[in-house]
Design a binder for this molecule. Structure first.
Ligand code: PLP
Length: 216
């Protein structure tokens, strides 16, 4: 599918696109920008900072990779959304840095849905025990959840993980964020499985290689 068809498909399903531009240079990002895309995702702080400096200011930057607490300060003044918040300690640091510059930061709670130990994200049962504390921070807007599935060709595994994330979202929404209308995003799905993710309730897909070509 080419980019315009992809954009049309996502529009028809009212799903937001985050174009994952990691490893890709600014001129390639500009080509996608010129087709109307404004949301771009990066997984490394340094790389995102460098691109932000040279690219148009109306780009909304999404941090989708693991974030170390000591690097929060480099991105809070411009980042649109941090998808990878998986601990209260990290959230606290984002709040502190956001407070300093008087800017509210949008975050997603990254929940562990894959079986592999290597995948990051907070365990959902643990989250439930501390979620009240997550809601206390003045300079944080919790916009929803994010998950990364197991890297597999087995569609049933991926589907069950996506369904799990949707369940987690529904439980959080019902029990803890029912009065928070902007708790509304489920960030799941990548190039290989975005249609399945949309089937399972995704509101935001993170698509890289399908738009930019394979990464070397
Ligand atoms: C790289 C990456 C993507 C995009 O993956 P593609 O398969 O290239 O679409 C999505 N989400 C995260 C967290 C990533 O690191």
């Amino acid at each position: 599918m080419d980019l315009i068809s992809l954009i049309t498909y996502l529009d028809d399903h009212t799903v937001k696109l985050v174009a994952v531009s990691k490893t890709k240079p600014p001129d390639q990002i500009m080509k996608v920008y010129q087709k109307g895309v404004r949301d771009f995702g990066e997984n490394r702080v340094q790389e995102m900072v460098e691109k932000e400096e040279v690219l148009p200011k109306d780009i909304k930057w999404h941090l989708i990779g693991q974030l170390q607490r000591n690097k929060v300060k480099y991105i809070v003044d411009f980042v649109h959304m941090i998808h990878s918040v998986d601990s209260l300690k990290l959230l606290k640091e984002i709040n502190k840095r956001s407070c300093k510059i008087n800017r509210v930061t949008n975050v997603l709670i990254q929940i562990k849905i894959a079986r592999e130990d290597s995948k990051s994200g907070i365990d959902f049962d643990q989250l439930l025990t501390e979620v009240d504390a997550w809601k206390e921070y003045e300079y944080i807007s919790i916009r929803g959840v994010m998950g990364i599935g197991t890297l597999t060709d087995d569609e049933e595994v991926t589907r069950s993980e996506f369904e799990k994330l949707k369940d987690c979202f529904d439980i959080l929404k019902q029990r803890h964020f029912s009065k928070t209308e902007y708790f509304s995003e489920i960030s799941m799905g990548m190039s290989g499985d975005y249609k399945l993710a949309i089937d399972c309730g995704s509101t935001m897909v993170r698509i890289g290689s399908m738009i930019f070509g394979a990464r070397s």
